[in-house]
Design a protein around this ligand. Sequence first.
Ligand code: AMP
Length: 215
Amino acid sequence: MVLLGSPGVGKGTQGMRLGASLDWAHVSTGDLLRAARREGTELGVRAKRFMDRGDLVPDEVMIGLVRDRLAALGSKRGVILDGFPRTVGQAEALEGMLEREGRSVARVALLEADDQLLVRRISGRRSSPSGRVYNIHYDPPRREGVCDDTGEPLIHRPDDSPGTVRARLAVYRETTEPLIGHYERRGVLARVNGDGTIDEVQTELLAALEAEARP
Ligand code: AMP
């Protein structure tokens, strides 16, 4: 399954929860790149300048990354892809790699919300090194600036600054939005209102997935 939607719409939060409730693997390409940067790998070094500008990391890098990750996961469990594909080229490559395994993209959930809400959500976002994401407006930690689970200090992603967010929204409009038509034509798209609380969106997301699954 693919989670599609603009930056800040809640793909990460919803993907993590959905993965836990369905016992599917949650694969976030943004998280994989941030981990590579923390570890200082060649991939991390290469991705940095694109990410810091709010640009996309080149397709061939991303396709290789996802191919390796899917191969490592095997084909027994369902997978929720969050943040991939982001270009038509990535979508076509994904279809090719799944077809070779006799698999396919069964469902694409498009999370939708207006720009004002997206900017507010992104500006309030604070991340723990553990991977857990808080929001100072909607889902704050118990103690300001500190992760509830690990006690580590929370960080504000550098690409969540207002200038970079505007660039990321523009890239989404130009390069990623065409995927909506791509998946609509394949009959796998489900639209979900992302403009609610985390629980409300989760309920709508599950309902949309079940409704679409009926013949
Ligand atoms: P995210 O956490 O999904 O918002 O991703 C953060 C940043 O990682 C993006 O702004 C891109 O620079 C890069 N990135 C993540 N996924 C992709 C992808 N599928 N294609 C290209 N760049 C990506």
